[in-house]
Each structure stands twice: as C-alpha cells, then as structure tokens.
Write a protein that binds this ligand. Structure first.
Ligand SMILES: Nc1ncnc2c1ncn2[C@@H]1O[C@H](COP(=O)(O)OP(=O)(O)OP(=O)(O)O)[C@@H](O)[C@H]1O
Ligand SMILES: NC(=O)CC[C@H](N)C(=O)O
Length: 544
C-alpha cells in the first residue's frame, strides 16, 4: 500500500520547515510503502505545499517512484486499477503513470475517476490552474484523512493522536477540489447520491469551518424500489423451511434460477480474485529488494475460518502457482485458554476442509498468538494512532485484531506475502449481520431491504478507511474481492430474498448470506458453508 500526504501551509514556511512538519507523519507514511519514499515541495504566492509518497510497488514492469511530477502537475496515488483500462497498458507502465496521464489529458477529473475500477486515494496538484484535487474511491477502500491547525491543511493516508492537528476521515462522497488562488473548496459528487451525502458534507463543512460549493448538480436519488418476492420465489424459500443444511443447499442448487445466480457469483468473484492475485511483481517481501526469483508465498488470506474468507481462500487456489504456499493468517488473543478461541477452532476446521479439497497445495496456517502484554503495549504505543481519528471500543478491538493478523507473525516465522485477501464487505452485501435478522423479524422484506441499504451506505465510513490504515502499516496490500465493482453491481442488483433469508424458519448459519453459503457448498466447502457468524469479542480490557 502506498502512503500519501500533502501539507498546505498558509504561513511563510521554508521547505525545511515543511520537511520538519512532514517528519511528524513520516514513520507511518513510510511503513505503508517500504519500496520507495519521495518528497517534493512548492512555493506559491498564497501558500507552500509539500507532497510525499511511499510506494509499495505492485503494478507495472518496474516500480513507479512517487510523487509523479512534470511542469504541469504533481500526483500522489495510493490505489490499484483492476479494470476500466486495457490490461496491456497497465502491465507495461503501471497504474500510477496511466492514471497520471489520463488525469492530465482530461479537463474533467471526476469523469476519469468514474471510469476506473479499483480502490484509490489520490492528490493531484494542477500547477497551471493552481487547483488541488483529492478524494477516495466510491466505496472508501483506501484511507485519506483531512486535518487542520491554525495555518495548515493536511491530507494524509494516516496521522496519529495528540498532534497539533485535528483530523477527520475524508468522506467518500465525491472528488474534492481546493482552488489555491481563492481558497474555495468544491465537491464533484458521485453520480448517485448516497443518503449520507448531506450529513457527511455538513460534517466536513463544520470541521473546516468553510463553505463547500457543489460543482455539479446531483442526479436524482438512486432508485431503491421495493418489491415483494414472487409466488415462485416464496415457494422456493418455503421448501427449505426447517430442513437440515445439506437438504437446503440441494434444494436451492436444484433450482435453475438460484443455480444461475450461484454460477454468476462464482465467475465474478473468480475474476476479481484472479485480478487481485495477478496484479503484483512475482517476488515475496523478502526477495523483492534483490529482485530474486522465489517460490515463497505471495498471497495471504486473513483467515478466521468463517465463510467469507473460506470462499476467498478456495477460489484463490486456482490462480496461484502450485509451487507456492498460500498463507492463512489466524489471530487469537486469549492466552488463558491456550488461544483456543472460536476463530482458532473454526480456522483449523476450515483448514482441514481446504486440505481435503486441494491436497496438493501447501496451506500454511499461521497461528498468531498474542499475549495480553503485547496487545496492551502495541495498542497504546502504535495501533491507536492508526485507528485515529476513529476511537470507539469496537474500532479499537477490530483494529488490534486486524493489525496482529496482518503482521503475520507466528513466533519467529513471518509471512512473506505482500498481498492480503480480506473478506470485508461480504456481510453488508449478502446480509450477514444479526441486525438483518432483527429487521426481517420486525418488518419482513421491507425491513430487511432497508437494513441492507443502510449498512451498504455506511460501509465507506464505518470501517474501510480504518482497515486500510491498520493493514497497510505492515507494508502489505489489502485487497477486498467482495468489493470489486462487478461483484458489487451484480449482488446489489439482486433482490434481498435472492441473497439472504434471515428467517426463524431457517437455522442460523444457513439463512444469513444464503447465496454466498450456496456458493460455498457448491464449490465443496460443505462444513464452512454452515458456520454461524461469531459475534466479535472485545479483547480490549481497559480502553483508556
Ligand atoms: N481471528 C481472525 N484472524 C484472521 N483474520 C480475521 C479474524 N477475524 C476476522 N478476520 C478477517 O476479517 C474479515 C471479516 O471478519 P468476519 O468475522 O466478518 O468474517 P468471516 O469470519 O470470514 O466470516 P463470517 O462473517 O461468516 O464470520 C474476515 O473475512 C477475515 O478476513
Ligand atoms: N500500492 C500502491 O498504492 C502503489 C501504486 C500502484 N498501484 C503501484 O503498484 O505502484
């Protein structure tokens, strides 16, 4: 993952002053991109600017050093293009150079961004017009914070607590543009208005104490039409009432419409996973410096053993050279019970299932055991900075779990992979939360439909920025196949009853995410397809 930052200073800082300011952020920015660190500064009449970027090289034949600069512009980019641009162009030059050129050659940056598929956070300085563009992709898969103090504005992938700055997460509601001549701030909203648009706009206006001009009229609100299942669909769901799991999946997969959705989902997920595996140099973390060919793991899966990551791991197998292991990173905290947590137990059972289905593959299961002492130390000294500006106990707990999991360290063994596949987004897309069951109980399909919409629209600001800051800290790239644009488009286009059935007529562990579970069953994960979602344990004993 790359780390990007821009400091806009309205006082007469010298470039040395600006560099000193950058030093406050340097450690966390550098951690994100271990392959290169570049810095540029600029003096304008109205302000001084510093740009810096650390690079985790993933695309292109050779590493693209950042910031990108020529006489027209400066560009820093943390992202991955997976579609929207011909593959051969990306393979040659890499996505940073391509996007830089596309933005430069266009007079409409938001349109360029709307065409690319993949996560991003970026900052682009137009030297001619003296405009600073910045933003995050529509799902918010990459972090970008906006911070201020009396004289400065900072845009950065990551900050830390207790600085002389205050920060908020930049909302993923469109592309922002700061006119450095007039100091006016504009937003180019996405084509579809998210219900959070107004509240997020208000939040950032209040934070900056500044008007934000909406640069383009919003199109009408998304068509969230509510339908009821047809008689045929109700009959199908009626058939699976009170049955054991094997029977449920057999009945569903015997239905041609249901099967066709399963097959479509499989093919879209495979394409997303294939892209996310292929798009990287063929060196592991240890061998990349010397460009030394190796057979070490390139891909790891954050592996709780639950259905979301089990499906990812099994589908990934097809696209990874047989000689390379796949690392399954499983974290556990409870030292009192010898780390036999629900996730460890499920992880080991799903590992057994993967080994049976794909016996020739080396599945490297890393038992990442974290003592209370280490948890307390790392959390206080380090992880809380990455979570910032979020601060709830849930952020704290999830953040710690993800940080230790993605560090990939089991005693002296450290996973060498540079890319991690993670199951984020599956619960929002397929309806996996307990609250979906409650909504269905209260208000049937309408309640469920509203709850799913609500969760989907909250996803960009609820956890994705935080997860990006946490995982990238180990110089590894977080990739989320469930949040691939084509997967999202397909699943969002389905009716609620085609993807989840959190009804009391069907046991827990089957009804939730029933489409994804059907896919798991279909590809052979007979046990993992029925694992119930475990409620997340709050590990943090003392949150002060
Ligand atoms: N203990 C853990 N060790 C490693 N990774 C984890 C752990 N817990 C969660 N994760 C990662 O975070 C993602 C989201 O967690 P979550 O618990 O929602 O999903 P899951 O366990 O795969 O499936 P399910 O949602 O059905 O439980 C997982 O897909 C996995 O990638
Ligand atoms: N990891 C990053 O965000 C770096 C940018 C670009 N995708 C590259 O691979 O070089």
């Amino acid at each position: 993952m790359c780390g990007i930052i821009c400091i806009v200073s309205h006082i007469h800082d010298t470039s040395v002053d600006l560099l000193n300011k950058f030093h406050i952020f340097k450690k966390y920015i550098s951690n994100r991109g271990p392959d290169y660190l570049g810095i540029r500064s600029h003096s304008l009449e109205t302000c001084n600017l510093l740009f810096a970027a650390s690079v985790l090289w993933l695309q292109g034949k050779s590493m693209a050093e950042q910031p990108f600069e020529d006489d027209k512009s400066v560009f820093v980019y943390n992202g991955d293009i997976f579609g929207g641009i011909p593959d051969n162009l990306r393979e040659e030059d890499g996505d940073t150079k391509l996007l830089f050129k596309m933005i430069q050659n266009s007079n409409n940056i938001p349109i360029v961004l709307s065409k690319i598929q993949g996560p991003y956070a970026f900052i682009y300085f137009d030297k001619i017009e003296l405009k600073l563009y910045f933003g995050r992709d529509i799902f918010g898969r990459r972090s970008l914070l906006i911070g201020k103090n009396h004289d400065e504005l900072v845009l950065t992938s990551v900050a830390k607590r207790s600085l002389e700055y205050e920060f908020i997460e930049l909302p993923s509601i469109g592309t922002f543009c700061l006119d450095l001549k007039t100091n006016q701030l504009y937003i180019f909203p996405w084509k579809y208005r998210n219900k959070n648009f107004e509240s997020k706009l208000f939040e950032i206006k209040t934070f900056l104490n500044k008007e934000i001009i909406i640069a383009k009229e919003l199109s009408s609100e998304e068509n969230n039409k509510y339908l009821t299942p047809s008689i045929e669909q109700l009959c199908l769901l009626g058939e699976i009432k009170n049955l054991e799991s094997k029977k449920v999946f057999e009945i569903l997969l015997n239905n041609s419409d249901w099967l066709s959705n399963v097959i479509k989902l499989k093919s879209l997920l495979e394409e997303a996973i294939k892209n996310r595996i292929a798009t990287q140099p063929k060196y592991c973390k240890n061998c990349i410096k010397k460009r030394q060919n190796c057979n070490h793991s390139l891909i790891g899966v954050l592996f709780s053993g639950g259905i979301d990551c089990a499906v990812l791991a099994l589908l990934a197998d097809k696209f990874i050279d047989n000689a390379r292991p796949i690392d399954l990173l499983n974290v556990a905290f409870d030292e009192v019970k010898s780390y036999q947590t629900p996730d460890r137990l499920t992880g080991l059972q799903t590992l057994e299932e993967l080994r049976k289905i794909r016996p020739y593959r080396e599945w490297k299961f890393l038992e990442i055991n974290v003592t209370q002492k280490e948890l307390d130390e790392q959390r206080k000294q380090h992880i809380a900075d990455l979570i910032y500006p979020l601060k709830t106990i849930l952020d704290d707990s999830l953040g710690c779990a993800l940080w230790f999991a993605s560090r990939g360290k089991q005693e002296s063994i450290i996973s060498p992979c540079r890319v991690l596949l993670v199951g984020m987004g599956a619960d929002e897309l397929f309806g996996g939360y307990t609250r979906h069951r409650a909504a269905f109980k209260k208000q049937s399909w309408l309640g469920l439909h509203n709850a799913l919409n609500e969760d989907w629209q909250n996803l960009s600001h609820r956890n994705l920025g935080r997860d990006d800051r946490i995982i990238s800290d180990h110089g590894r790239q977080l990739r989320t196949p469930y949040l691939d644009e084509n997967v999202v488009e397909f699943v969002q286009g389905l009716n609620s009853w085609e993807k989840t059935y959190p009804s009391n007529d069907v046991p827990k562990g089957i009804g939730e995410k029933i489409l994804l579970r059907s896919l798991a069953y279909y590809i052979g994960l007979k046990k993992a397809s029925t694992w119930e979602k475990k409620s997340f344990t709050i590990w943090i004993k003392n949150s002060k």
